[in-house]
Design a protein around this ligand. Sequence first.
Ligand SMILES: *Cc1c(COP(=O)(O)O)cnc(C)c1O
Length: 500
Amino acid sequence: MLYESTRGSLDRVTGARGIIQGIAEDGGLFVPCRIPSLDLPLEDLAEMSYKEIAKWVLGKFFDEFEPDEISQCVEAAYDYKFTADDVVGFSKAGHGYFLELYHGKTAAFKDMALSLLPHLMKLALKKEGENRRLLILTATSGDTGKAALEGFKDVEGTDVVVFYPEGGVSQVQERQMVSQEGKNTHVFSIEGNFDEAQSRVKEIFADENFKEDLAKEGIILSSANSINIGRLVPQIVYYIYSYGKLLKMGIIKAGEPMNVSVPTGNFGNILGAYFAKEMGIPVGKFICASNENKVLADFFNTGLYDIRDITRKFILTNSPSMDILISSNLERLLYLGSGRDGDFVKNCMDSLRFMKCYTTMDSEEMNSVFGEFQGGEATEEETLKEIKKLWEEASYLMDTHTAVAYKVYEDYRERTLDESPTVIVSTASAYKFSEAVLEALGLEKQEKGFRSVEALEAYTKVPIPYGLKDLEKKAVIHKGKIKPEDMRTAIKESVILTNI
Ligand SMILES: *Cc1c(COP(=O)(O)O)cnc(C)c1O
């Protein structure tokens, strides 16, 4: 299986090379040159464990790895660190089936892919005979950073540098990152929002001079952001698993559709669902749920991707991991949806860069993809209301991101009367966003995030995830605060000076 760039201009690379490189040299994202079919009777999924499905799916996308090697990666990634019965949780509550992806070490769904990515990278380095040091460069809206730090901590031959927007993450998220141990971990807060951090990181990836400087030190750049194909593939697995679960529970028969509702920021998670469908899983609608930064909801309703200042402002909300205006992975949908038209994608991306908007309305092929997606948004207030409602009706506790997905699904259901079983993708533990969840439940707001965690446990009796316990007592190790223009210097100082 080979991978090609969404901007169409370059030769194909192996999966291993794609994982190491993170982003294509022309600035595009890697996609497999064809999407493999599942190649299994759907009925079989009902009897397969999470890890069995993971091994099967990874084998299809990375066929240059031996089955044994893949098996070792999967076993090492999804071990005791995941506390749910079968890696992920699956609970019925209200009108939804909640796919709980937050039972890993950092209590958010990023663990699903970032527990696996370091193992895939090590394997990829071996396959490619690459012996330079790998520098994992990551911009985070809060959850990717911690999951990447945990995943790569003390992994030989790697350094990991994380940038997060100052004031743009919750107190729990921040402490999780700045207390990170491991000699190869480096964390900085930057002035600016997530989009700024992500754009700068992308610029650095395209900066040949900078890369040459690093190469002289024997270092190559890679990314743990969801633009890395090694992150996307693990995110296909849980959609296939969900279908098996619904079969096993007798909710659907093989061939009948399920919907998915996904709280969306960078478009990586929901893209996993799209790939699952392309592989052969019957998915009815992809419900793409946004918070008040609703650029995607508007896009799916109009075909216009528009982040011009006159149209919208960036807003900090109570679902901060979705406070994003530039959804990187949408580029992959544009590529696949347009029949792999690299020129079309390149034009859209150029237009986004220079005019801050683009339209897909002229592309007939894209219009047919649009029929499968439903965009919707939930305000902060609606999000809180939904948390309270489901807690009171079903004693089920959701975090703010999951609540956005549930609210947008409820609106969809009311509007369309579509009763197909719907998987609500649950991306974080409520404890990661306790301040907002407390407020939702009508409890007194605590001044600090840490107090809120305790208060939430006292009230709900839902256990605190082990990764979030005693966070307040953890020492702050990383104190760097920098300006966006100083990111290159910070990187060099972190990885070159410390490795001498
Ligand atoms: C990252 C994240 C999201 C958004 O996922 P994308 O793949 O960026 O669309 C939603 N919820 C939480 C809790 C997250 O950490």
